[in-house]
Design a protein around this ligand. Structure first.
Ligand SMILES: C[S@@+](CC[C@H](N)C(=O)[O-])C[C@H]1O[C@@H](n2cnc3c(N)ncnc32)[C@H](O)[C@@H]1O
Length: 232
């Protein structure tokens, strides 16, 4: 994360922290500054008892060590994703990465591990949250908590997954099942913004009569239809 982002009110990280409870031992993959772990130790309700701070780069891991030096029960791991895992962990957090990287990390893990039924995954992809949801649904997870946070002029989709059995549909993958039910302000604003963006793109392509963009225009028009239906 860039330095200027560090002075924010940490709205996104606080929401992720809220989803940790009742888990007590977290593994934060891509912990960077270690702020999430700090929030999770300090919060009256969450009060985790132990954390694994994981990063694949020395710089961020050293930052985390520095920021978390007053906390005894933190184990620092320099590694790729979940390549080493400890069975006492009951909540894995992967936040602030692209969806495809998150899926790659989880796929590597699922291929070599039997997942404990109590293990929760809190995932916040900066891009392609829908791909992450689809991947998790296909691996037998359901969403128990979900929301959209607006911070730094961006919308962040946060999903918490636990093992379960719910039948989901295309719209659940695209928009998030709880987001669809709650339809809160951030949800409406995010999709209204995207609707305007896609309509502008389609309008420009139509105006230019650009045949090379046929496939992309069909995709965008379909998206527009779906968004309009959901926002009705
Ligand atoms: C943008 S920061 C996000 C930090 C924090 N999780 C948050 O949400 O604010 C991404 C962090 O993930 C780390 N990272 C990237 N790929 C990784 C991987 N394959 N395994 C572990 N950490 C990784 C980066 O070094 C960086 O510190």
């Amino acid at each position: 994360m860039k330095q200027n982002n560090r002075n924010q009110n940490l709205k996104r990280l606080k929401r992720i922290k809220d989803y940790i409870y009742p888990s007590k031992i977290i593994m934060d993959i891509g912990c960077d500054h270690g702020y999430l772990i700090k929030l999770a130790f300090d919060d009256e309700k969450t009060k985790i008892i132990k954390a694994y701070a994981v990063d694949n780069k020395n710089g961020p891991l050293n930052q985390a060590k520095d920021n978390l030096k007053e906390y005894d029960n933190v184990i620092y791991l320099l590694q790729d994703g979940l390549s080493t895992f400890y069975d006492d962990v009951d909540c894995v957090v992967i936040a602030g990465m692209g969806g495809e990287l998150i899926i790659r990390i989880l796929n590597d893990f699922f291929n070599k591990t039997t997942i404990n039924h109590n293990l929760k995954f809190i995932l916040e992809a900066n891009k392609h949250s829908e791909k992450v949801r689809e991947f998790m649904f296909n691996n037998g997870f359901v969403i128990d908590n979900e929301s959209i946070i607006y911070e730094d002029n961006k919308y962040y989709e946060i999903d918490s997954f636990v093992k379960g059995n719910i039948k989901y549909y295309d719209y659940d993958i695209m928009f998030g099942p709880i987001n669809l039910k709650e339809r809160n302000k951030e949800f409406i604003d995010k999709w209204n913004n995207l609707l305007t963006k896609y309509k502008n793109i389609v309008q420009k392509i139509d105006d230019n009569n650009d045949k090379s963009s046929d496939k992309s225009i069909i995709e965008k028009k379909l998206l527009i239809q779906k968004i309009e239906e959901v926002l009705k």
